[in-house]
Design a protein around this ligand. Structure first.
Ligand SMILES: Nc1ncnc2c1ncn2[C@@H]1O[C@H](COP(=O)(O)OP(=O)(O)O)[C@@H](O)[C@H]1O
Ligand SMILES: [Mg+2]
Length: 223
């Protein structure tokens, strides 16, 4: 699914240049679950943004399904991102004045394989899959944190992505709710999507098949 070879990333230019990733090499297989741990500022979110095609590495190679990402046009990158990558964030990032169903249906606009007339049914199916069949018409403000994260997971899944990226997905949840979200994410990984998850929480990280640890933009161990 993913191969990184000596990936580097820096922000800024000249004297202000800050090197954030120093030669990351890593392979992630289809359906694998990988936790990225490390102290604040070590480059975890930057690495995830590059994996999710939100940012482009300044050096090194990123192969996504054997395709060099730096050979894709901006339009091709958008297409891959919208169709094949699902994102989950710590603060859910739901649209406040849309219902759960409308939030989940949003990414379907980028999927030519799903007809507009089928959006509601597809979104309702995925919400049922995450245990929210009775909350289709609720707005985020009427939902608990755990329920909002389930909506965000449904939105990430609606296009059946091969790659799910999650940045501290349990960071704003109490530990019991966080564990139920983790169970759901791991279940999705067993259904074939690769899961790459940033977390501070060792209990959460240890449930992934693999953990990699970032310190100052370098992988300190990969097992
Ligand atoms: N858009 C940006 N512009 C400039 N510097 C950035 C940007 N994003 C992150 N950084 C810097 O890169 C370093 C790593 O940040 P980040 O990847 O967010 O770390 P983590 O997620 O591990 O806390 C930090 O020093 C941060 O200030
Ligand atoms: Mg971060």
């Amino acid at each position: 699914m993913i191969q990184l070879q000596e990936l580097q990333h820096s922000f800024g230019q000249g004297q202000l240049k800050q090197q954030v990733l120093h030669g990351i090499s890593l392979s992630i297989q289809d359906g694998e679950s990988v936790a990225i741990t490390g102290p604040s500022g070590s480059g975890k979110s930057t690495l995830l943004s590059i994996l999710g095609l939100l940012d482009t590495a300044t050096a090194g190679q990123y192969l996504l399904r054997n395709q060099p990402v730096n050979q894709l046009s901006r339009q091709q990158k958008n297409q891959v991102r919208n169709r094949h990558i699902g994102w989950i964030f710590q603060n859910f990032n739901l649209i406040a004045d849309m219902t759960a169903l409308e939030n989940v249906a949003l990414p379907l606009r980028f999927n030519p394989e799903v007809a507009t007339s089928a959006y509601r049914q597809r979104a309702a199916e995925v919400l049922a899959q995450v245990g929210l069949a009775d909350k289709l018409h609720a707005r985020p403000s009427k939902l608990s944190g755990g329920q909002q994260q389930r909506v965000a997971i449904a939105r990430a899944l609606v296009n059946k992505p091969g790659l799910i990226l999650a940045d501290e997905p349990t960071g704003n949840l109490d530990s019991a709710t966080g564990q139920s979200i983790m169970d759901l994410l791991l279940q999705l990984a067993t259904e074939g999507s690769a899961l790459v998850m940033v977390t501070h929480d060792p209990t959460i990280a240890s449930q992934c098949q693999r953990s990699v640890h970032l310190v100052d933009g370098r992988l300190s161990h990969a097992n």
